[in-house]
Design a protein around this ligand. Structure first.
Ligand code: MN
Length: 292
């Protein structure tokens, strides 16, 4: 059965959080995975990270990592120093992942998040070339450490590099590493793909990680607007055994609301308890559809 996870930002106003409390919370709701970002963990000491990892192990919670590279770490930047800083940031993240027993690195990780160099330009081959070279260098370390590096296919407003499954297949073939996989996300697919089914089937065994959410980033729901039957049938058709991680963001305010661009209370005033209930319902729905 696919493991189900949730991005830690769902429950938080800001990116810094009490990870130990969060592990207890997601365990109680019924998750297998807590998806975390490297930046808040980098601020902690090695001892603190080890304590978090120990607590997760005790509870049977796994970590997957998701990043949105800052502009200062843009692996596709024309500035060599910035590319080098991005490579170093990624390698530092791998170290933290090892401390925490995680092997899944994903997100907007081949260039800066919310950077669109090619906007208005017809040729993005130069950005691709720089990004591919940076990722090739990183993959040596990923392979040594047994880390899977999943490239997230995101919508046009968040990156200009890879917006469709087809582009992602081309991109990973240019890097050519067995540890380089693809992350598809229903929220982005809803904007850019012609077909959920065809995109998932095109990626096939290169699918390393999968994000789910409704078009407005509410938790997956039978009352939502995503074709969950089509999506889960396609995942089963390709025999996807990886994680399914939801990334709902429904509260305004704080760093999370600002960075994710939540400009209204999408939760309709949901309490923390009701937020947990929505997440639990989403787990139930995904389990049920994946087992049908
Ligand atoms: Mn995503």
């Amino acid at each position: 059965m696919n493991k189900i996870g949730i991005h830690f930002g769902y429950f938080n106003r800001d990116w810094d959080t009490d990870f130990i409390r969060q592990i207890d919370q997601v365990k109680r709701i019924g998750f297998d995975i807590l998806e975390v970002a490297p930046a808040p963990l980098m601020k902690l000491s090695k001892e603190q990270r080890e304590e978090i990892a120990g607590c997760a192990k005790e509870q049977g919670i796994e970590f997957t990592f998701s990043v949105g590279l800052g502009k200062e770490y843009d692996l596709a930047s024309p500035d060599e120093q910035i590319r080098k800083a991005g490579i170093q940031f990624t390698l530092d993240t791998f170290e933290i992942m090892q401390e925490m027993g995680s092997t899944m690195y994903s997100g907007v990780d081949i260039g800066a998040w919310n950077q669109t160099y090619s906007y208005g330009v017809l040729d993005k081959s130069a950005e691709w070339k720089r990004s591919v070279e940076s990722v090739k260098e990183i993959m040596k370390s990923a392979e040594e450490k047994g880390i899977t590096y999943a490239v997230e296919v995101v919508n046009r407003y968040e990156s200009s590099l890879v917006n469709t499954a087809e582009e992602a297949m081309d991109y990973i073939s240019r890097v050519g590493s067995p540890n380089l996989k693809i992350l598809l996300d229903t929220y982005h697919m809803n904007i850019e793909e012609d077909s959920f089914e065809q995109a998932i089937k095109l990626v096939g065994d290169k699918l390393g990680h999968f994000h789910v959410g409704e078009p407005n980033r509410r938790p997956p729901s039978t009352n939502g607007r995503m074709p969950w039957d089509e999506i889960t049938l396609a995942l089963k058709a390709i025999q996807y055994e990886g994680a399914i991680v939801m990334e709902p963001f429904i509260k305004m305010g704080g760093e999370v609301g600002r960075d994710i661009k939540v400009w209204r209370d999408i939760s309709k005033g949901a309490s923390q308890e009701e937020m947990e209930g929505l997440a639990a319902d989403a787990i139930y729905m995904l389990h049920k559809k994946m087992q049908q």
